[in-house]
Design a protein around this ligand. Sequence first.
Ligand code: ADE
Length: 323
Amino acid sequence: MEKNETLDISIRPRTLQEYIGQDRIKEMLRIFIYAARQRKESLDHVLFFGPPGLGKTTLAGIIAREMGANFHSLTAPSIERIGDMVAILTNLEAGDVLFIDEIHRLPRVIEEVLYGAMEDFTVNIIVGKDATSNTIRLDLPPFTLIGATTRFGDVSAPLRDRFGIVHQLHYYGVEELARIVKRSAKIYDFPIEEDAAREIAKRARGTPRIANRLYRRVRDFAQFDDENCDCIRLEITSSSLSKLDIDEYGLNQTDHRYLRALVEMFGGGPAGLNALAAAISEDMTTLEDVYEPYLLQEGFILRTPRGRMATEKTYRHLGIERK
Ligand code: ADE
């Protein structure tokens, strides 16, 4: 991780008030948090899904803060045994928020421990084997589980059904991303002009994490270009982003390799994801979770039952004539 990325923690909004975008989700959360607090209860379990970098973890942290609760954050692959999960749950205090990222990656047997925990705050552990085995029931304090996933379809139905609050995060608009960039610029104390912030926003694939990363890279170029630079302007922004191989739609080299392969090697499709991934030596899951959602949303590709297809827009963008 680049050093600056750790600073992400300090630019993360800490309250719903500070959080820019996802207005509908904020509006709902405000109501549910208010009502739960008034009843002096823990908030119902929450599931967030959507592409990476849109703020699922940030929102979970905000919920904990607004509930006045402790925040425990884990990723599913770090929970390897049933015992790990039981230990985490039995160490919770009343009202705590337990955040599990990539929750679709929990093995089924570990997931099953969560069912009772979520439903009636109990864990059943089996001690001993066969005829002499015994089930011991442990009571847990009331807590809130917040799950996050980039793959809603991979969350098993029994787990999904135990979340009372389920929200999809959507890509951000250019206005929202520009506001996020200006907010970060203020926190980093390195200002950016309005049109430059918008330029970053336009090329950030609807994603705050990318917008903030691009802001930091452009700031590097601006400082390198002029050591007395005190404000990031449009010209240096555009030239830096071009040097970083980010085109006017925010597509990077991987997007370009994907689209070129689809057009040039598969005649525009339909092509299967595994064939495409192999053709450009990329991981299938990364393409599906990280790259394709944005290409789909922007109309560069279509997903058909027979595979991925390039659109008119892709041919135009690549400057290739359709045969
Ligand atoms: N930084 C990253 N995401 C943000 C958001 N949604 N609002 C404000 N600042 C952010």
